[in-house]
Design a protein around this ligand. Structure first.
Ligand SMILES: Cc1cc2nc3c(=O)[nH]c(=O)nc-3n(C[C@H](O)[C@H](O)[C@H](O)COP(=O)(O)OP(=O)(O)OC[C@H]3O[C@@H](n4cnc5c(N)ncnc54)[C@H](O)[C@@H]3O)c2cc1C
Ligand SMILES: NC(=O)c1ccc[n+]([C@@H]2O[C@H](COP(=O)([O-])OP(=O)(O)OC[C@H]3O[C@@H](n4cnc5c(N)ncnc54)[C@H](OP(=O)(O)O)[C@@H]3O)[C@@H](O)[C@H]2O)c1
Length: 415
């Protein structure tokens, strides 16, 4: 009986075109570009909506950090009446409109469990499990586009004693607002963009945040004298070498923010852009947290030694009473958990080749959105991938039309 049920819930689907895994901005961008090339495709998404990172795993006060022209997806700019830095709600609206305009209809609630290239038939076999019902589908396709993102899973570090701490512990991806933390002493672990903004939000809700800074961090103002810091860097990089742009950015940051080291925020020895290029570490673009650090409303504390019930011992031996902990400790790719391939992706789930060569692997494998360059990097990848697949698709459909009946136009056939 069990065997019979198992048999009844398995299906096999032939996809005439690529399978795209993930309906975040990257997967949607590839879909829109493929539409223009006339190539059919299927998008598989584990969540029940597009852009699930933005819709379900980000805090309420989030805004795009970069001006909107650097965050738009291919073929559709942001509406003119959107502000320079759209808020989360506006960005999601833009993505919903994008999906509608290009008629992108992902298959929701289908989590890819494995994908493997079958040498014998020269095709990819992509297995999904439904997140709603006990059913599995195997998709068979010639091209596989990995669009599951650099932030697919949260990083939860193992910290001694955390299990016996007793208070609430949650990751930044589960944090919505400081509303529920009023009057509480909150330890925010991590000082990336998430840690800084969560700490600021907690302050704005009358909580008492202490932010753990265990190493070094580059903090830059979001704007320098009214102009976006990112845009300034992009312009400077056209004319000057990276190291010199870094030096100029740090001088400008010093003029705007002052010396941040005296507040416990030690800068790395490598400049912010060089560090981003070498290690993918994003500088913090400050949107107000630094002012709260200067005023003492956000306390900067060193690394954690261990937790005890209701308190934490820090690396310098100090003890802090703590009610709640927010782990703003970052994210990781989940590609190694499902893609059975060891050539193109490294063990940490990021392509081995850096930008601009990180988009194309062997045997019809592609990656979009793994360049550590946010939405603008994803848009560049998407256009390249669609062009590459579109070229082969057009050549082959032309041949097919000439010599035999045209059978390749249907999106998928089930058997
Ligand atoms: C808090 C936060 C703020 C950010 N702000 C900015 C910003 O302002 N500007 C910027 O450029 N970048 C920003 N980023 C970076 C962010 O990664 C990109 O903006 C963007 O979301 C990347 O899109 P993506 O489609 O590559 O990945 P994601 O948005 O993560 O989408 C990947 C999709 O794949 C799905 N998926 C994952 N695994 C599977 C599976 N096995 N099967 C099926 N589906 C799967 C996920 O559910 C998800 O919907 C931010 C990131 C975070 C965490
Ligand atoms: N508004 C926005 O646009 C916005 C907002 C938030 C996030 N983002 C983006 O989202 C991505 C993820 O950002 P993020 O801030 O969530 O993650 P992140 O940049 O990876 O930062 C993680 C932080 O956690 C620290 N950390 C990790 N483990 C730790 C431990 N055991 N003890 C103490 N500290 C620990 C790291 O310190 P070390 O450096 O010492 O490892 C680092 O400071 C980035 O690309 C970021 O730019 C954008």
């Amino acid at each position: 009986m069990a065997e019979r049920e198992d048999f009844l819930t398995r299906r096999c689907v032939w996809v005439n075109g690529p399978v795209i895994v993930g309906a975040g901005p990257s997967g949607l961008a590839v879909g829109a570009c493929l539409k223009e090339q006339g190539v059919p495709f299927v998008i598989l998404e584990r969540a029940d909506c597009i852009a699930s990172l933005w819709q379900k795993r980000t805090y309420d006060r989030l805004k795009l950090h970069l001006p909107k022209q650097f965050c738009q997806l291919p073929k559709m700019p942001f509406p003119e009446d959107f502000p320079e830095y759209p808020c989360k709600r506006q960005f999601i609206q833009y993505l919903e409109d994008y999906a509608q305009r290009f008629e992108l209809n992902p298959r929701f609630n289908e989590c890819v469990q494995s994908a493997k290239y079958d040498d014998t038939c020269g095709l990819w076999r992509v297995k999904t499990a439904s997140t709603k019902a006990a059913s599995e589908v195997e998709y068979i396709c010639r091209w596989l586009v990995v669009a599951t993102g650099e932030n697919a899973e949260m990083v939860v570090p193992e910290i001694e004693g955390l299990g016996e701490f007793g208070g609430e512990v949650r990751h930044a991806s589960e944090y919505k607002s400081g509303e529920n933390f009023r009057g509480k002493k909150v330890l925010v672990v991590g000082c990336g963009n998430s840690g800084m903004e969560v700490s600021l939000d907690l302050c704005n809700h009358n909580a008492f945040p202490s932010m753990v800074v265990r190493s070094t961090v580059h903090v830059l103002p979001r704007e320098i004298y009214g102009k976006s810091t990112f845009e300034t860097a992009v312009v400077l990089m056209k004319w000057l070498p990276l190291w010199l742009v870094d030096k100029l950015l740090l001088i400008l940051a010093w003029l705007v923010l002052g010396n941040i080291e005296k507040y416990g925020l030690k800068r790395p020895s490598m400049g912010p852009l060089q560090l981003k290029n070498a290690l993918g570490k994003t500088p913090v673009l400050d949107v107000g947290a630094l002012q709260k650090i200067k005023s003492g409303d956000i306390k900067v504390v060193p690394g954690i030694k261990r937790f005890y019930p209701g308190r934490v011992e820090l690396a310098n031996g100090d003890n802090l009473d703590v009610d709640s902990v927010i782990l703003a400790t970052g994210y990781r790719s989940n590609v190694p958990s499902w893609l059975q391939e060891g050539d193109f992706f490294s063990k940490n789930g990021i392509p081995k080749q850096p930008f601009p060569n990180s988009w194309k692997g062997k045997a019809g494998l592609y990656a979009v959105g793994f360049t550590k360059r946010g939405l603008s990097g994803a848009s560049l990848d998407a256009a390249r991938i669609a062009q590459d697949i579109g070229k082969v698709w057009k050549e082959e459909t032309r041949k097919t039309k000439k010599f035999s009946a045209c059978h390749r136009r249907c999106i998928s056939q089930q058997f």
